[in-house]
Design a binder for this molecule. Structure first.
Ligand SMILES: [Zn+2]
Length: 336
């Protein structure tokens, strides 16, 4: 009887400890306020070219005339939904965003790779934004094909062929995905056939990764969504503002981190670097962006690593939240 009682107590204590450990791991890895000095908060974005950040690597560039959208992920299902359910867009939310940001002016949707946190809303957006061309890997195009988007609006990404959209000239650059994790081990795999939503997260195969180099009379920009760099790939680019993915950066070896930052921040020497893919994408957009839970990443460490590196070479780091458009006008940028 005494042994039974002892065992029960041990089991109870263990479960309570496991519960607390899980709670701890589900908390954000740090507070965004720690980085308030780097946050952009000016509400008046007085520039011809602006960017609106929607978390992960969804970025809307708008020069008042045309818009281009990098990736399409606004619906942000919760961790429980991602683990247990099929995923789909939230039409009400998207209709609201389309109106609020006048997304009917979107002329192109450029996809960095096909994981759901970059493409979940691509089918819905492609259906609604009828003037937009969809550009991405064969896998990304297969996500659009799942929603019966006409072939005339689908363009396979072609690094040798820049695309001119109004004043935007966009070149795709082959890139590398963030190193694989246990739940993210499909790198190089393709979506072979049209993928209809709803679908489970693992059906969104990576399908190859691309950076986008955006030249505009106001500024030259590079968007690098994933934490992976091909050596010497970026050395001939002229970049004013670099949008740099830092997902999982602090979890990599010191040598990897050094190589990644050398090949991006050091090679490009942009005036400004804006970290992306640091936010908890299991939270809805209605809430201010926050860091990922500890169980998924240690984003504050990655951000600090980037800040230390960038500031050594006088590149300014600016942290964007999802409710403030950021001006990309040369005269508003600090000079180094
Ligand atoms: Zn990915």
């Amino acid at each position: 009887m005494k042994i039974m009682k002892g065992l029960l107590w041990a089991a109870l204590t263990l479960s309570i400890c496991a519960g607390f450990a899980l709670l701890y791991l589900l908390q954000p890895a740090g507070k965004l306020e720690q980085f308030s000095a780097w946050q952009y908060s000016t509400k008046t974005a007085n520039a011809n070219l602006k960017v609106h950040y929607f978390g992960v690597s969804t970025l809307l560039f708008d020069d008042g005339e045309n818009q281009i959208l990098i990736d399409g992920f606004f619906s942000r299902p919760s961790l429980a939904q991602v683990m247990w359910n099929k995923l789909d867009s939230q039409p009400a939310l998207l209709h609201k965003l389309i109106q609020q940001h006048q997304l009917q002016r979107t002329r192109a949707i450029l996809i960095t790779h096909s994981h759901y946190d970059h493409t979940l809303d691509l089918p819905f957006l492609a259906q609604q934004l009828k003037h937009s061309q969809i550009i991405g890997s064969e896998s990304s195009l297969n996500i659009a094909r799942g929603a019966a988007i006409p072939e005339s609006r689908l363009s396979l990404v072609n690094p040798a062929q820049p695309i001119q959209i109004g004043k935007f000239k966009i070149t795709a650059i082959p890139s590398q995905h963030t190193p694989a994790t246990a739940v993210n081990n499909d790198l190089g795999e393709q979506i072979q056939q049209p993928l209809s939503l709803p679908a489970r997260f693992y059906e969104f195969k990576e399908g190859g990764s691309f950076d986008y180099y955006i030249q505009h009379p106001e500024q030259n920009i590079l968007v690098k969504a994933s934490t992976g760099a091909i050596s010497k790939q970026l050395q001939h680019l002229q970049v004013d503002t670099l949008f740099l993915g830092i997902a999982q950066l602090s979890k990599q070896s010191v040598a990897f981190q050094q190589h990644y930052l050398d090949e991006t921040v050091e090679t490009l020497r942009p005036r400004v670097v804006i970290p992306i893919h640091w936010d908890n994408f299991f939270q809805p957009l209605a809430r201010p962006l926050e860091f990922l839970p500890r169980i998924a990443d240690h984003s504050p460490r990655s951000l600090q690593r980037l800040i230390d590196y960038a500031e050594q070479q006088s590149t300014q780091v600016i942290l964007l939240n999802s409710n403030t458009p950021y001006p990309l006008a040369p005269m508003l940028q600090p000079t180094s």
